[in-house]
Design a protein around this ligand. Structure first.
Ligand code: GLN
Length: 238
């Protein structure tokens, strides 16, 4: 079995070590004897979504998002077909905002991909803090760090988690991120997956299920990863 990860525009969207998420996915495949490959795409490259099993869209500053958004609009149809065909996507922070219809900033509107029915508006102050979420889909809390000016509104979509500590999508409704088909959008970076191995495995198992019809993953010894996760949980929630 083999999984191919597409890292979109890491030269522009790579705030706060989003690449750590790629390393985590690669390692957790390799430890299980699953082949894994990452292809990095720059703005000049064309993308064959049919060859990808997981797509990572990282975080970026407003300026970088503006640069990327034109390119994203040009690949929108292929990206949308991939998502509707249950392609796995992990979109973090700036990348998460770009999944939606638009991100309104003081400098103007950044058009999004409209892959998920959500939108973002810039607000003040920036929402910066550690963050802890829970979601009964997952066996452990989700921990991370958030730093965003945007306030995201997901309408009737399901959130990635309920906020136990921190601000979340907009600091108002107690929700963080979005789950749509096999897409995860979230403000958590720092990076997200090493401290949340259950989220990494959720992405990997969805990708393997889609490609090979395989259910379940061989368990790994996550003692250290879960210690880090529990440390943050206990520090901020209990
Ligand atoms: N530029 C966006 C905001 O400030 C996203 C920032 C990020 O990716 N950390 O809301």
């Amino acid at each position: 079995m083999k999984l191919t990860i597409g890292h979109l525009y890491p030269d522009l969207l790579n705030l706060y070590g989003d690449r750590g998420n790629i390393q985590c996915m690669m390692k957790r495949c390799q430890w299980r004897g699953i082949d894994a490959e990452t292809i990095e795409f720059t703005l000049e490259d064309s993308i064959d979504f049919s060859s990808l099993d997981i797509v990572l869209l990282g975080g970026g500053s407003d300026r970088e998002q503006m640069l990327v958004c034109h390119k994203l609009r040009s690949i929108r149809q292929d990206f949308r077909d991939y998502v509707e065909d249950n392609g796995v996507v992990i979109a973090v922070c700036g990348g998460y905002q770009l999944l939606g219809h638009y991100y309104d900033t003081e400098e103007g509107r950044i058009e999004g991909l409209s892959l998920v029915d959500l939108h973002t508006e810039q607000g003040s102050p920036r929402l910066i803090d550690n963050i802890v979420l829970e979601n009964s889909l997952f066996p452990h809390p989700i921990v991370g760090f958030e730093n965003h000016g945007g306030r995201t509104y997901i309408g009737d979509n399901k959130p990635f988690g309920k906020v136990l500590y921190g601000h979340g999508n907009n600091g108002e409704d107690g929700q963080e991120g979005v789950l749509y088909k096999n897409v995860v959008g979230t403000y958590l970076h720092g990076p997200l997956l090493p401290k949340n191995p259950h989220i990494c495995d959720y992405l990997l198992s969805n990708a393997l299920q889609r490609k090979y019809g395989v259910n379940g993953l061989e368990p790994l010894d996550d003692t250290q990863e879960l210690e880090a996760n529990q440390y943050i949980y206990k520090r901020f929630v209990k």
